[in-house]
Design a protein around this ligand. Structure first.
Ligand code: ADP
Length: 353
């Protein structure tokens, strides 16, 4: 104790000193207990957090699994209409172009695709049918002249003949071969038009000259059938067009006007300019056509009376080619006809293409 310390203070100090040591001991005891509690708490917390972690992991795995299963189900459900459509498309063949499914089986988004597919398949079916029809028609048209050729040769070879008779037979065979080759040329021409070839040229054309030339070419045939041939066009008539295609159109129409005319009849070729267009009329006083025939004459291989020309280039392709050419010239073609009175074919093309 420091010297000179007053008595009460001393007693307080002693008292305090005693209590402090006790207090320290108590505090020590508390600290130990607290440490122990803390350690226990830490252990418990570690244990709990491990459990929470495990729980979270399990929960996460569960959610992931549920998500995977859910998405798989959703995707499967979403893809089902697409699968239905794919199955229907894979069943399409050249024998059956139909898409065998119900519209209700498709989702809203697939409906336009379905419609587009149906249209395309329909167009394909029509093209396929046309192709099959064309093969049949071509074979049929070739068979007739080929049979005529074979018969002519068979008859000639049946017994020995004079040189003159052989000459006549060979000449007949040459005529049939020429017709065959014209027929093949027409078929090839249509095939090349279908393939998108033969695009039009653009040349300045003297239409009066062209019309005069066409009439000169057809005149011997017209005269042989006692037909009058009339040209009705101005001296000056010019256009910028494809002369080969336009000439082919005029020749085909004139040829038909002569072929389907009657002895003593007339064929008129009229050309005129109407504003920015050229109008061509080929009129005949021939056999004419019924309305149902008029609807079909531009179809390939269509002939109103197939027996009329059993052999030759008259395979019903002339007007089909004419229509294709007129389309290429950006024009239109129409027919007006009455049975027994005659027909008028009107072609209108731009004066400059
Ligand atoms: P084809 O070469 O057989 O004459 P087209 O395509 O030129 O073939 O004509 C088709 C059919 O249209 C002919 O078979 C005929 O029946 C009819 N036709 C064409 N032009 C005339 C016409 N001027 N008068 C009457 N019938 C016609």
């Amino acid at each position: 104790m420091p010297a000179g310390t007053p008595q009460p203070l001393l007693s307080l100090y002693v008292q305090y000193a005693r209590r402090k040591s006790e207090l320290d001991a108590i505090l020590e005891g508390h600290r130990d207990k607290l440490d122990a509690d803390l350690a226990e708490l830490r252990a418990m917390t570690r244990n709990d957090s491990r459990q929470v972690l495990l729980l979270l992991l399990a929960l996460g795995a569960g959610v992931l699994a549920a998500l995977l299963v859910g998405s798989w189900w959703l995707v499967r459900r979403g893809l089902k209409p697409l699968k239905t459509l794919t199955t229907a498309v894979s069943r399409v063949s050249e024998k059956d172009f139909r898409l065998l499914l119900k519209r209700e089986d498709l989702t809203e988004e697939l409906v336009p695709i379905h419609e587009r597919l149906t249209d395309t398949l329909d167009a394909l079916r029509r093209a396929f049918d046309r192709e099959k029809q064309a093969v049949g028609d071509i074979s049929h048209e070739l068979r007739t002249p080929l049979a005529a050729l074979r018969t002519t040769l068979d008859v000639a070879l049946r017994k020995p003949r004079e040189a003159e008779q052989y000459r006549i037979t060979l000449s007949d065979c040459r005529d049939i071969a020429r017709q065959l080759s014209k027929l093949v040329d027409r078929i090839l021409m249509l095939a090349s038009l279908d393939a998108g070839q033969a695009s039009p040229s653009r040349l300045p054309v003297d239409l009066a000259d062209m019309a005069t030339e066409c009439l000169a070419v057809i005149r011997p045939l017209a005269e042989s059938q006692n037909l009058a041939l009339v040209g009705d066009f101005p001296k000056e008539l010019r256009a910028t067009t494809d002369p080969d295609k336009l000439r082919e159109v005029l020749m085909n129409l004139l040829h038909n006007a002569v072929e389907y005319n009657r002895p003593g009849g007339t064929v008129t070729l009229k050309l005129q300019r109407l504003g920015s267009e050229i109008r061509v009329d080929v009129t005949d006083t021939g056999i004419g056509m019924m309305p149902d025939v008029q609807e079909k004459i531009f179809e390939r291989f269509y002939r109103a009376d197939a027996s009329r020309h059993a052999v030759g280039v008259h395979a019903g392709l002339g007007l089909a080619i004419v229509r294709e050419y007129v389309n290429r010239l950006h024009g239109t073609i129409e027919v007006h006809s009455s049975p027994s009175e005659g027909s008028r074919f009107t072609v209108v093309v731009p004066a400059a293409i």
